[in-house]
Design a binder for this molecule. Structure first.
Ligand code: G3I
Length: 390
């Protein structure tokens, strides 16, 4: 098994060996690897293999032993694949439809709802005693083609609240939780001091659309945990530091007004090449969110290996370490109740099309490989659950 230093030296050797790289760039790459090496002082998968990928337990079992839920995003394509489905049912205790509860999927026209795909996913979950969570009632993406022409300042609130009422009541009492509002904040793209994303909902309704959505969801499904879900909350970078501050301010404002928000969803789309990770900053953010009385879900965890070396042993180890380093911090927070990866197998990941590797090699961001074999990522997640200091 490669030791952490061997992995990184290999990686450095790999990069330095690329003679085409100009010395300055090689230095930057080596510097980046050195920074990576200094940061991830955790054994870089050196003994993860020893942890045992051949254990009978599944990720859901390791999670349940620490009073946590583990699950993943799935879609009808994956669940029509018996090999994937068997692995999904083995490893997961909760399912989130990747796209089947978005407006684009359930609203064929301004007057119609089509729950057929989502109902099928719910049926699979219920048949196999999995929970299901909903994603997402209000977002500025995945809107149907008719939206722009049909929705204006006069009818926007009625359109939004009627959508929430119809969708949330259709599944009422059957879902663990709902991402009621997704990605309302995008500090880099906002002209506002509160960092709100310039979405159609904000433009048509003003910032009150967020609380309006939560009140509508609470009325339609009083049993579901109501979640505000967002991204870019993970690293010690100017963007993520600003995003965490804005999200915390939003949550404080909502809670102070008595808006029925029950949890923060942290998407956690991580990057294997990103070394600017500060455990204390993340820990403090989680603690601040929990101090509002909110639960926390890690809702879309994955680690892109797009910018990592081609060598599979190297990038699998770097990706696994990114998972373990992140989860070791997150799982210390008692308010964290669930971890979902955005997909379970490299055979079905959004990153294949959204963030493909420049070298054309298959991406490897998830716990299982394309043949459903457990990878170092699986071991890293299992070990993080097993050793969680909570
Ligand atoms: O279903 C249609 C198909 O009929 C059509 O032929 C095809 C042609 O483009 O598009 C298909 O829809 C695609 C859909 O995924 C289902 O595959 C959409 O174009 C495509 O935009 C959509 O991408 C999804 C994306 O959200 C946008 O909704 C990704 O699969 C999904 O992984 C991604 O997930 C998001 C979360 O919802 C929010 N957080 C970020 C995360 C990653 O971007």
């Amino acid at each position: 098994m490669l030791t952490r230093r061997q992995v990184l030296r290999l990686g450095r050797g790999f990069l330095a060996g690329l003679g085409a790289i100009a010395p300055a760039c090689a230095f930057r790459q080596q510097h980046k690897l050195a920074a990576f090496e200094s940061l991830y002082h955790a054994p870089l998968a050196s003994n993860l293999q020893a942890f045992g990928m051949d254990r009978p337990d599944a990720l859901k079992d390791y999670a349940a032993a620490r009073n946590l839920l583990y699950g993943a995003a799935a879609n009808p394509h994956g669940l029509s694949d018996p090999v994937f489905t068997a692995a999904f049912l083995r490893e997961c205790a909760i399912l989130v439809p990747e796209n089947e509860l978005k407006w684009q999927s359930i609203r064929p026209s301004p007057t119609q709802f089509d729950f057929s795909q989502a109902d099928r996913l719910l049926e699979v979950a219920q048949r196999h005693h999995l929970l299901m969570r909903g994603h997402t009632l209000v977002w500025d993406q995945a809107l149907p083609d008719w939206f722009d022409e049909a929705v204006d300042r006069q009818n926007a609130e009625q359109v939004m609240t009627a959508h929430i009422a119809a969708v949330a009541s259709h599944f009422a009492g059957q879902l663990h939780s709902w991402d009621v509002v997704n990605e309302a904040i995008a500090v880099p793209y906002s002209q506002r001091s509160d960092g709100l994303h310039p979405s159609p909902w904000l433009e048509l309704l003003g910032e009150s659309y967020i609380e309006t959505a939560f009140y509508a969801a609470a009325e339609a499904d009083p049993q579901a945990m109501l979640v505000y879900n967002d991204r870019w909350l993970d690293y010690d970078t100017p963007r993520d530091n600003a995003q965490r501050e804005a999200v915390l301010n939003l949550l404080e404002k909502l809670i102070s007004k008595g808006v029925p928000v029950h949890a923060l969803g942290i998407q956690a789309h991580l990057m294997g090449h990103e070394t600017r990770f500060n455990a204390d900053r993340l820990r403090t953010f989680l603690r601040d969110v929990a101090s509002l009385g909110l639960k926390i879900l890690i809702t879309e965890l994955d680690v892109t290996d797009r910018d990592l070396p081609a060598d599979v042993a190297i990038r699998d180890s770097i990706v696994a370490t990114a998972y373990e380093t992140y989860l070791n911090v997150v799982l210390e927070e008692p308010a964290v109740v669930a971890v979902l990866t955005w997909g379970l197998s490299d055979r079905y990941t959004w990153l294949s099309s959204y963030e493909p590797r420049p070298d054309g090699l298959s991406v490897r961001p998830l716990p299982l490989d394309e043949a459903m074999n457990r990878k170092l990522v699986w071991t890293a997640i299992a070990r993080a659950f097993e050793q969680a200091n909570r």
